[in-house]
Design a protein. Structure first.
Lengths: 444, 628
């Protein structure tokens, strides 16, 4: 695609010691140099500060790539910032303030393909990604949010639609509109602004986002835990052998699932053992399980359940659990239905080798780790980004309310609505016109 | 019936309403041998409803069609009897011109233009059949059997196709105002593959001005100095007529509600789809039951008639109820109703069968414009007529169509809305439909469109030269204003006088001073002899760009983003059905609408961003495979 705009995305989940933010697009280096004190040079790792409006935000290392010698084929930069939530979100906010846009899922890859950085076989893989996202797209982003949260966003959207349809009715029907639509505007706009701000704040300080949800993979030795971890990560990270007891320590990997940061913890197989080292591993595994937000119980599907395996299900009394029947590619004798029946928890079968079933597990994980008990918050970084952009547009309208012409106010509100619309999937024009005619008696 | 050969033309325009007139003039003025057929020569350019042209967003359309060489703006300037700028309390982008028009004079003015236009033949007759050969238009046959050969047809039949007029339980097969309707053409269109739909609209009663006591109403005056629609007209100083404002009251409402089941709308007689944009008075009462009164504007229909139009009282109630409700209005207690209001329903096509040029997708050389496309309003019709006329002419000359985008003008928004989204009710233009409202202003319609339309041959050399001069002056002014000047006493005095803050020290750019709304260019020109240009229109342009500065920049950025997808063209032979990864709904919609580019595809309802990504990837892959 020619002439893309400048996009950015968090390449690592929040919560690690270091977070990497990638940028791609024309004028990338120029944009970076506006906020980065270090040297901006092709393939040169440079130390410096991120400074915006005189405020020093973080000490970072940045590497730049000239087009076309980068992953996407465009001018790119990678900024390694300190991993704290506040720092990361502040740097991302600054990037949007200087005109970058938060990337859509898969957009870096898409650009790489469109710029000819991939061949056709690789492109087929991209098609799969896009297909998967289009299946997900059938369900609007809003539906993925929890009921209460979507209500809160829709409330903001509705207030803004009221504000905009009022102004537009006044513009389109200056003679006929008898209602005073302007006196209510300051309170509507301030209200929507404040609510947006609260949503962003809550989202940014949310526990899941700050630390990443902890997911422990439990199982008896050689049940396929490490293979499952690798399949979820999409890389060979844990050492996989067929020798039981290979993983003696816990291995923690950070990954993003469904837009949320997650820490996957691979554990030593749980069994009675005399090996001192393995004993430590087992007790670490139990501790990891205790502290986990979600436990994946890995079962070897090719053998009948052992007593040790059955005991793993005791965790389901105190923890969120998902059963995963591994080794799907070997002859399977345990079915998901049996597990469900016997232990009352959802089970999925997966082949870590071929990857069959992994997507379904990821979807289930996403569903489970969204915080339900604490007040629901926005955890998807792209949604937060959309709200940040909406907030920026609204701030303009609120600050300059007294001196702005109606049509300028409308421009800011429309802009805020289009950002919120990227979460709710609403078509603004149709909504505004519907509201004009349902609220006001205009037209001749 | 026996047919006879009646003549050979390049193009036949069916209808001489607001769309037909513009279409016929555009074709003839670009040297095509043009026949314009009308059901009634005494109803050319008839303003069957409101005696007014312009208003919010409609005024924009008129200025735009003028900028491209259309007739409506000049004709309105010549025949208005009152003119006012709406929205002057708001910024320039939404200023909208509205004029009360002398109905009869407008008809005569337009008819004269058609009669005297070289290459144009205006004839009374009803087309019954459109003839095609090998998927191309090649002629028409009238009800009397006259057969004309032609290479293109523009259908601009308005609300006349199988129309019915309804007044209470009275139904008559009739066009508007008791004129003939067209009976034969509907079935010809169906045979040609256009499913027909039934839309409905309405009009209020007309009353005798001699029987109204205007002292009980609020008068509304025209603006002085007077405005103009056309970039080619001069300001007029003619005497202006008055309009009057009055209100309905509880007695009016009681009469309407007591008789509401006698309204054709509520008795079930009407099957057509009405529009929210023009509700009848009975609709307004039903939907806004708590509203105690409704505004009514009493507007003169012309200088040589007593007929007054009662804007706001559109109705399909029986005539006796109409008289009773009129008599409840202050000042109209003894008025004589000269014509009752009525509802009218008519056949129209689905505009999704059209390309954005308004040519039919499946029959070459067949164009549609105006209410037949499901729109409402004279200005919407005229804009489509001009646009279809231009594109028909380009088609016959084997040139690329002129496609205006949503960033070019309201005409672009109108064409894109109709051809991409379609409409389920008579479509009215609104400024809310324009994403780039701050850029699409009446005052800069010439700057946006005159050059684009120049290649069509409709823009006169004089018009073009005027634009060039204006642009040159804008450049000179802009350059002069870009200079920094010391903030000296004379500037400080002006700023203080206007209640503006005075910059502390150092230099200040004159352009930045002009951003303040209280300061005009003329006031600065009095202080600085570097500001020499005295071109009113050029000055206005610069003042507006100073005042909207940040916002214009924002919208220009949005337009740049918009244009990127608009410039990614989609081949017209894509097999959407065979395209992996597209959802079924998207495949069907894309195959039916056949968008010209990615931008248009993304506006089709039922096509998601993920579908667009799939489309992009397929495009790129095809390019790679075919080495384009």
């Amino acid at each position: 695609m020619q002439n893309n705009d400048l996009i950015y995305a968090l390449a690592t989940p929040v919560g690690g010691a270091i977070a990497v933010i990638r940028m791609s697009g024309p004028e990338c280096k120029a944009a970076l140099s506006r906020i980065f004190t270090g040297k901006v040079q092709h393939r040169y790792a440079s130390f410096g500060h991120i400074v915006y409006n005189g405020e020093t935000i973080d000490e970072v290392i940045a590497v730049c790539f000239d087009a076309p010698k980068s992953y996407t084929g465009e001018e790119m930069a990678e900024i390694s910032v300190h991993g704290g939530q506040a720092t990361v979100s502040r740097v991302m906010e600054v990037l949007s303030l200087i005109g970058c846009r938060c990337a859509r899922g898969g957009e870096f890859t898409e650009r790489a393909f469109l710029n000819g950085k991939m061949d056709l076989t690789q492109a087929e893989a991209v098609m799969d990604i896009v297909n998967a996202s289009s299946r997900r797209g059938a369900k609007s982003a809003l539906e993925q949010l929890q009921g209460k949260l979507s209500e809160r966003i829709q409330e903001i959207e509705s207030e803004l639609l009221d504000a905009l349809s009022g102004i537009d009715a006044a513009i389109d029907y200056p003679e006929e509109l008898e209602e005073d639509v302007f006196s209510m505007l300051p309170s509507l706009l301030k209200g929507a602004y404040a609510k947006t701000e609260v949503l962003i704040k809550e989202g940014l300080s949310a526990k899941v986002l700050r630390e990443g949800a902890k997911i422990a993979i439990l199982g008896v030795p050689n049940a396929g835990k490490s293979s499952l971890l690798n399949a979820l990560l999409g890389t060979e990270r844990a050492i996989v052998t067929s020798i039981p007891g290979t993983t003696r320590d816990t291995i923690t990997e950070a990954v993003s699932i469904g837009g949320m940061p997650v820490r996957l913890i691979d554990t030593a197989g749980l069994r009675e053992t005399d090996d001192e080292v393995e004993k430590i591993g087992v007790s670490l595994a139990r501790k990891a399980a205790e502290n986990a937000d979600l436990i994946l119980i890995a079962i070897d599907g090719s053998k009948p359940l052992t007593e040790a395996e059955k005991r793993l299900f005791d965790y389901s009394d105190s923890h969120e659990c998902i059963a995963v029947i591994c080794k799907n590619d070997i002859e399977r004798i345990i079915t998901t239905e049996e597990i469900k029946e016997s232990f009352g928890i959802n089970a999925f079968s997966v082949s870590s080798k071929s990857g069959d079933g992994i997507e379904r597990i990821k979807t289930e994980i996403t569903k489970r780790i969204e915080p339900e008990n604490e007040s629901p918050v926005i955890t998807n970084i792209r949604h937060i980004e959309a709200l940040l952009m909406a907030k920026k547009a609204l701030k303009n309208a609120v600050d300059a309310f007294d001196i702005l012409d109606a049509e300028c106010l409308a421009t800011d509100i429309r802009s805020a609505l289009s950002h919120i619309g990227s979460i709710t999937g609403k078509e603004i024009d149709a909504e505004v016109i519907d509201r004009i005619f349902s609220r006001f008696c205009v037209g001749k | 019936m026996r047919t006879f050969f009646a003549g050979e033309y390049d193009v036949v325009v069916l209808g001489a309403g607001h769309a037909g007139c513009e279409a016929a003039l555009a074709c003839a003025r670009t040297r095509l041998k043009t026949l314009c057929l009308t059901l009634d020569l005494d109803a050319v350019a008839l303003m069957a409803c409101n005696p007014a042209i312009g208003g919010t967003s409609k005024g924009h359309l008129v200025c735009e069609l003028d900028a491209m060489g259309g007739e409506m703006g000049i004709a309105a300037d010549e025949t208005y009897i009152q003119i006012r700028m709406l929205n002057t309390g708001k910024g320039e982008a939404v200023h909208s011109l509205r004029a009360q028009i002398d109905k009869r004079r407008y008809h005569e003015r337009m008819k004269t233009a058609l009669e005297n236009q070289e290459n144009l033949c205006l004839v009374q007759g009803e087309c019954e059949h459109i003839l095609t050969k090998n998927g191309k238009v090649n002629g028409i046959i009238t009800a009397e059997g006259a057969q004309y050969h032609c290479r293109a047809v523009i259908v601009a039949t308005g609300v006349y196709l199988k129309s019915n007029i309804l007044i209470g339980d009275f139904v008559r097969e009739s066009g508007p105002s008791g004129l003939l309707r067209a009976n034969g053409l509907s079935s010809s269109l169906t045979e040609l593959g256009f499913p027909l739909r039934r839309f409905k609209t309405g009009t209020p009663p007309r009353v005798s001005g001699r029987t109204i006591d205007f002292s009980k109403m609020e008068p509304q005056y025209g603006d002085e100095p007077q405005h103009k629609f056309s970039f080619m007209s001069e300001r007029s100083t003619r005497k202006q007529s008055l309009c009057y404002l009055t209100y309905t009251n509880s007695n009016t409402h009681k009469i309407i509600l007591d008789n509401i089941e006698r309204s054709a709308m509520y008795s079930g007689l009407i099957t057509g789809t009405g529009t929210r944009y023009c509700p009848s008075i009975e609709d307004k009462l039903r939907r806004f039951a708590d509203k105690e009164r409704h505004q009514l504007f009493i507007e003169p229909e012309g200088l040589t008639t007593n007929e007054m139009y009662v804007q706001g009282l559109s109705t399909s109630l029986p005539a006796d109820v109409q008289t009773d409700m009129l008599h409840t209005l202050p000042g109209m207690e003894n008025c004589v109703m000269m014509r009752p209001g009525y509802a009218i329903e008519y056949d129209c096509i689905d505009p999704l069968f059209l390309k954005p040029s308004f040519e039919s997708k499946h029959i070459e050389g067949l164009f549609f414009a105006g209410q037949i496309n499901g729109s409402s309003g004279y200005e919407e019709a005229a804009a489509q007529g001009l646009y279809a006329g231009i594109n028909c002419s380009l088609y016959l000359r084997n040139e690329a169509p002129l496609i205006l985008s949503r960033a070019d003008g309201y005409i672009g928004v109108l064409a894109d809305d109709l051809a991409t989204k379609g409409t389920n009710e008579p479509y009215r233009m609104m400024t809310s439909r324009a994403e780039y409202r701050l850029l699409l202003r009446q005052d800069n319609a010439d700057m946006r469109l005159t050059e684009l339309a120049y290649r069509t041959g409709l823009v006169s050399e004089e018009r073009y030269a005027r634009l060039m001069k204006k642009k040159e002056n804008i450049a000179i002014i802009t350059k002069a204003l870009d200079k920094s000047v010391p903030c000296d006493e004379k500037l400080a005095a002006l700023l203080t006088l206007k209640g503006e803050t005075v910059p502390k020290s150092g230099g200040v750019k004159l352009f930045d001073i002009l951003k303040r709304r209280t300061i005009s260019y003329t006031e600065l020109a009095a202080l600085y002899d570097t500001l020499t240009v005295n071109d009113e229109e050029a000055i206005t342009q610069v003042e507006i760009s100073a005042r909207y500065d940040g916002y214009i920049a924002k919208q220009k950025e949005q337009v740049e983003r918009f244009k990127r997808t608009e410039n990614q063209l989609l081949p017209q032979d894509i097999d959407y059905a065979a395209m992996d990864g597209l959802r079924i709904e998207a495949r069907q919609k894309l195959a039916a609408i056949r968008p010209l580019n990615i931008g248009q595809a993304s506006r089709i309802s039922g096509v998601s961003p993920a579908d667009i990504a799939v489309l992009l990837i397929h495009l790129k892959r095809n390019e790679a495979q075919h080495g384009v």
